[in-house]
Design a binder for this molecule. Structure first.
Ligand code: ZN
Length: 484
């Protein structure tokens, strides 16, 4: 490893800061194919922890994992008109296989509604087969013209849930349940406060009746759509003939949903918490919650320090705390501290000869710099003290991120107010929902409609409220902001 040069300060160039952190914290690298990324072990472990947090929640609500093929016949994608139109520019298409031109081109899945719809039409015959609750962990490909590591990559990892229901009410309830699960995961695992809302017609998923999303504020105030949940109505059921016999023995079309969270979330964690020293990871998802740095000079010290370090490591490990011991020789403690700071490890423990003598360790918090974040912890009961410290850090990171965001959410009455706000926060404004108004706002300010927040809109189409841009009746209040 080369000298720790540090990252570009956020205030100088936020975009370069982001790329520096992703690379210097060893999360990911660019791949030979532009737009693809190599996710390194540290980045992958972070994703795995997000994945586990989601998977538990899916299973607890009755979903089961399955796997569907990477290749999808082109004709499948073409069956739902809006779907094909939405995805056409992003498709990667295979035309040759086994040394021959294929009779029908195959699409590398951009999402699996179609192939899963095909399977569902077979699996579902009667009302007894419903609800069908399936999730898949997979990679997908959507050709990106302007890729950014984790945020927009041509190939990315995600989960896509697909469910079928007997009634519209059940399918809508499922869509909202998954939105809640995503919000819970973002808030309680990633320490990122999110706003749940309905996407505008222009921003919704291609082929969905309604799309919902969780929207998070990044460190530069831009928004990141961090998870989506779609109510698909009967669009895909009709395109793929997903029908069931109801209790009266009549054929009915099913109602379907789909929902997804991707490796974008990793980018969200970087940008919601990172600072000029690098990454800051919430303990619940940090690959290493604690890094132990033994410090020694003489061979005698080395022996006793390492004996004590192993004792501490075992004690924490058996309490289920994710730890790493930095045994690298020939590197100064200062270098190691900077290195783990860069990688955002929540707690650092230093163990030197004096700590061995005192039967204690020196702990330092990543989220509280300097002396204030340091304390001496006795070996006795260390695992409990550390567990408590990790929970403190987790909630304090959520508090910090929530305060940062709330100070930058503003209700705006007029379009002029929104224009003045863009780039410094999000504006909540009455909006008709039309693509025309959204295009105008985007052209004028580069801001896009993020969502109609569910909490801020007790009803749709309220009487008397007017769109701040066109003056036509408002559908509701929507947040507008620059976004990734
Ligand atoms: Zn309007």
């Amino acid at each position: 490893m080369a000298e720790n040069k540090g990252v570009t300060p956020q205030s100088e160039d936020y975009s370069r800061w982001y790329t520096d952190v992703v690379k210097m914290a060893d999360l990911a690298d660019n791949a030979p194919v532009r737009g693809c990324m190599i996710i390194k072990p540290y980045g992958y472990e972070l994703w795995e922890n997000i994945k586990t947090a989601l998977d538990m929640r899916f299973k607890a609500t009755g979903h089961r994992n399955a796997y569907f093929p990477l290749f999808i016949p082109m004709s499948f994608i073409e069956k739902e008109a809006e779907h094909v139109e939405g995805f056409a520019p992003e498709l990667a298409v295979v035309t040759h296989g086994g040394g021959k031109e294929l009779e029908e081109p195959l699409v590398v899945r951009p999402t699996s509604e179609t192939v899963i719809g095909h399977a569902f039409s077979d699996w579902i015959q009667s009302y007894r087969d419903l609800p069908l609750l399936i999730n898949q962990w997979a990679n997908v490909v959507r050709w990106e013209k302007r890729p950014r590591l984790f945020l927009r990559t041509t190939e990315f990892l995600w989960q896509e849930g697909h469910t079928a229901h007997a009634t519209e009410e059940e399918a809508v309830a499922e869509t909202l349940q998954m939105l809640d699960i995503y919000a819970d995961m973002a808030i309680n695992e990633c320490a990122i406060p999110v706003i749940k809302g309905l996407k505008s017609p222009q921003e919704k998923f291609a082929g969905a009746a309604d799309s919902y999303a969780i929207e998070a504020m990044m460190g530069n105030t831009w928004a990141l759509q961090s998870g989506t949940s779609h109510f698909l109505g009967q669009n895909f059921a009709k395109a793929f003939n997903i029908q069931y016999l109801d209790e009266a023995n009549e054929q009915q079309y099913a109602w379907t949903t789909s929902w997804g969270v991707s490796t974008r979330m990793v980018g969200g964690v970087v940008m919601a918490h990172g600072d000029d020293k690098g990454l800051r990871l919430p303990p619940h998802i940090a690959p290493y919650q604690v890094v132990i740095t033994p410090i020694w000079k003489t061979p005698e010290d080395e022996e006793s320090v390492f004996r004590f370090t192993n004792l501490v490591a075992d004690q924490l490990r058996s309490a289920g705390i994710r730890i790493h011991v930095d045994k690298r020789a020939g590197l100064s403690p200062g270098f190691k501290f900077n290195d783990w700071e860069m990688r955002g490890v929540p707690v650092r423990l230093e163990i030197g000869p004096r700590d061995v003598e005192g039967n204690s360790v020196m702990s330092a918090r990543r989220d509280v710099p300097g002396r204030d974040g340091k304390q001496i912890l006795p070996l006795e009961g260390l695992e409990m003290a550390i567990a408590e410290l990790l929970e403190n850090i987790q909630s304090s990171m959520l508090e910090t991120a929530t305060k940062f965001r709330d100070e930058r959410l503003h209700e705006v009455e007029t379009y002029e107010e929104l224009k003045a706000l863009v780039g410094q926060g999000w504006g909540l404004m009455w909006h008709c929902g039309s693509p025309e108004c959204e295009d105008k706002i985007k052209e004028d300010t580069k801001a896009t409609s993020r969502c109609f927040p569910l909490d801020e809109n007790p009803e749709w189409n309220p009487v008397g409220e007017k769109c701040a841009v066109c003056g036509k009746p408002a559908f509701g209040r929507a947040y507008f902001s620059r976004a990734y």
